[in-house]
Design a protein around this ligand. Sequence first.
Ligand SMILES: Nc1nc2c(ncn2[C@@H]2O[C@H](COP(=O)(O)OP(=O)(O)OP(=O)(O)O)[C@@H](O)[C@H]2O)c(=O)[nH]1
Ligand SMILES: [Mg+2]
Length: 458
Amino acid sequence: MVTESDGTIAAIATPSGEGGIGIVRLSGPEAIAIASQLFQSSRGLDITVSRRRVFHGHIADTSGKVIDEVLVHCMRAPHSYTCEDVVEINAHGGPGPVHAVLEAVLAQGARLAGPGEFTRRAFLNGRIDLVQAEAVIDTIRARTQAGLQAAQSASSGVLSRAIHALRESLGEALARIEAGVDFPEEDLPELLDAALVEAMRDTHRQMLALLATADAGRLYREGAAIAIAGRPNAGKSSLFNALLRDKRAIVTEHAGTTRDRLEETMSLQGVPVRLIDTAGLRTTDDAVERIGVAVARDALRAANLVIHLIDAADIADEDRALAEEIAALDTPVVRVLNKIDLAPGAAMPADYPAATAVARISATTAEGLADLEDQLATLLLGGVQIDAGAVMLNRMHQKDSLRRAAESVARVLADTSVSPEFLAFELREALQAVGEITGETTPDDILETIFGAFCIGK
Ligand SMILES: Nc1nc2c(ncn2[C@@H]2O[C@H](COP(=O)(O)OP(=O)(O)OP(=O)(O)O)[C@@H](O)[C@H]2O)c(=O)[nH]1
Ligand SMILES: [Mg+2]
């Protein structure tokens, strides 16, 4: 992958296929000069000197042949996404015109941008930090309103500010200790005075609080898989449909209706969820159903959470066997009595293995459904009551860095009477780790991976 950040880059910025408009974006010192070579203004304006920002006209190739009628949008450094000169050529939205414009731009000396290269330039030029750059991709990929809100929150800089506040207090502590290291004959017991220790404790608490948000942040971004399991006819497909508010799966009174795994995406109180309906689990001689049962077992193993559905009007020994099988998976399980409209007095057998939560519902009357949704959302969010707009870690690597930083601070707090060199070492480690989150100290290979995951043109 290209890592140089000089030169002028170009890429198609809109999705492939047909649309109202298609945009070719250029960024770099030659962006406006290159566009001016190809652009014929309908009012005879020269985009290299005009103070306007939007121009109407045509793009023609080097032989003068018109490619398309366009609007050209010029954004001069540093007032652009990348902080460089940026030109966006708005052509008609179709693969033909957009590719022809890109070819013409490349022929004039622009280089095809790598994945995420525009955003990487915004990062390298200091317009956004790494947290915000990553939030760009999360914004693009957000699958629910809450996911979008979480990405926007990170993009607006609230997480960056929280990280900077941590860096500042770590930096202050380090400066105080280093001053002590430089003058070892000074009063060493004073090195970590009570106020400094208290400040470090506070920093450590803030780190732990932020760490506790990581699972929720990841969930809003990546979503979770919930598999519905149970004996044939328990009402799994009925519940699947009820949660989706859609008649997606076939429901019949015949045991063994669902044979394949069905999967749909839904928003569970803002959490993107892949909901999976499976074949009823039983031993069967039917070859097709047997495959379905094997597929169902795989789905259970892969899920973040399992709903074990039991027919309240027909509780049997097989339900216990299944409860034991699911308990052995080590996945959180919500055990649900269904069809309580048929058996209002039915109770969950007390001697089943412990479940993470229990509920009573009727998939047909929707009784208990809202409570079940509450329970599922709470379980997925790990009991952390967190608003999607709150300060939240969104990524595994952020969590990993912050965890290492918190461990270093914990070692400082564990024994403040050790040598100042040791304390300084731990604080430097913590600063390094925290800086990896915002990008100040992130190794190049990690940056490669992060920006490599972007699409070309972003
Ligand atoms: N009265 C009542 N009937 C229900 C309820 N839930 C499901 N049923 C009925 O139970 C039968 C089986 O429902 P399904 O949703 O197909 O059950 P399933 O678990 O998907 O069954 P398989 O796919 O065969 O494993 C159907 O006749 C449903 O109408 C409920 O809460 N109350
Ligand atoms: Mg079914």
